[in-house]
Design a protein around this ligand. Structure first.
Ligand SMILES: Cc1cc2nc3c(=O)[nH]c(=O)nc-3n(C[C@H](O)[C@H](O)[C@H](O)COP(=O)(O)OP(=O)(O)OC[C@H]3O[C@@H](n4cnc5c(N)ncnc54)[C@H](O)[C@@H]3O)c2cc1C
Length: 352
């Protein structure tokens, strides 16, 4: 395998979380941007306001890389994980923040205005020019195994906790995140509930079992590819995938901002300029995102297994989970060591 990609131009397709941050950081590394970097973005407005919860340590990483911080709408310390109302586990002192993602991305886009072209392009067609290195940051890809998601902001009774509820029939996940004074981000995603009215009905019913929801402020309907057929970070010879386009998404909670951000930082640090040639080191990129690959892979596998289990069995798994492993999981910090030793132990205890 050739470990070094070389090209005259860097083309970034998609200016969402991954593409915008990759553009900002590579521009700094490559110096004068004009002509070296082009970002193609399909939509003038960032159309994905819905996903907003990130572990708070991510903000430090954003700051360390000189990227302006998003506006913080809410801070959460308590997570309640509930399995179909059969059992619950509360994880305390893991801080997450709810950010205003839409205004953040639009502000970051203004900083790369000189290199953005608002036009949808095909990654394959720009990669046909072998003088280009292409970052594919197009976000979710609708594959055959989709999870259908309904999301809304709603007036709700105030709560300090993030509530996540696994549902068994239909299999899926429902969430409630406080987003400000008396406003919650609520939603649910289910396997095999595809009709919009049915999806809304199931999600609203499940949410109402967790919290008293009053008026809905806005509603969205999206599809997340969960799990994608595989995680794939390169498409040879000159395409590098970032964020959700690479399959880097935590299937069990739909969390993808962290992966998009960290993969963009990794891609930028793997990019350099030598004698007017742009070089991309694949090894550096893979090494820097190895934990994200591992975490996404693990969640996809667990997703596949859990969907066949009864609520009681899932409760046994949750009960067997060691506090530290669970905390690292919620913080998004699980590494190879915890996966190799912590996770099999949980599965062994739960099933023996
Ligand atoms: C309902 C819902 C709730 C979520 N909640 C959370 C959450 O709480 N926390 C969290 O971390 N994550 C959450 N996520 C996931 C998170 O939103 C994504 O994982 C994250 O935005 C992925 O970032 P990205 O940069 O890979 O892609 P995106 O942010 O999706 O950006 C992709 C960009 O590419 C552009 N594009 C696509 N195709 C083309 C093309 N052909 N040419 C040019 N441009 C193109 C799009 O217009 C878009 O701007 C949620 C997702 C959904 C659907």
């Amino acid at each position: 395998m050739v470990l070094l990609m070389q090209g005259k131009q860097l083309i970034i397709v998609g200016a969402g979380v991954a593409g915008t941050i990759a553009a900002l950081l590579t521009r700094r590394r490559l110096g004068d941007a004009s002509g070296k970097i082009v970002v193609y973005e399909a939509s003038k407005r960032y159309r994905k306001p819905c996903g907003e919860a990130v572990p708070s340590w991510i903000l430090k990483v954003v700051e360390e890389h000189g990227i302006s911080l998003p506006k913080i709408l809410y801070r959460l310390r308590v997570h309640v994980f509930d399995v179909a109302g059969v059992c619950k586990r509360t994880i305390e002192d893991v801080e997450w923040v709810i950010i205003d993602k839409k205004s953040w991305i639009e502000e970051l886009r203004r900083r790369i205005e000189d290199v953005i072209v608002y036009q949808a392009v095909s990654v394959e067609s720009v990669a046909n020019n072998t003088n280009n290195i292409v970052f594919d940051a197009r976000g979710p890809f609708v594959g055959d195994k989709a999870l259908w998601v309904w999301q809304s902001y709603a007036e709700c009774s105030h709560s300090d906790s993030a509530m996540l509820r696994v549902t068994v029939n239909p299999f899926g996940l429902v969430w409630v995140f406080p987003r400000g004074k008396s406003i919650c981000n609520i939603g649910g995603g289910f396997v095999n509930v595809k009709e919009l009215h049915k999806l809304r009905e199931v999600a609203v019913n499940e949410v109402r079992r967790i919290i008293d929801v009053k008026t809905f402020v806005s509603e969205n309907y999206s599809i997340i590819r969960v799990p994608p057929s595989n995680i794939s970070v390169f498409r040879s010879p000159n395409i590098v995938r970032l964020g959700e386009a690479a399959g880097l998404i935590m299937s069990l909670g739909g969390e993808g901002i962290r992966a998009a951000l960290l993969s963009a930082i990794a891609a930028a640090s793997a990019t350099s300029l030598e004698n007017e040639t742009i070089c991309f080191n694949k090894l550096v990129y893979v090494w820097k995102i190895k934990n994200l690959i591992l975490q996404s892979w693990l969640q996809k596998k667990l997703f596949e297994v859990i969907k066949w289990l009864t609520a009681e069995k899932i409760c046994e798994l949750l009960k067997a989970a060691n506090e530290d492993v669970l905390r690292m999981w919620f913080e998004g910090r699980l590494g190879l060591w915890e996966v190799l030793f912590g996770v099999p132990k949980i599965v062994f205890i739960a099933f023996s």
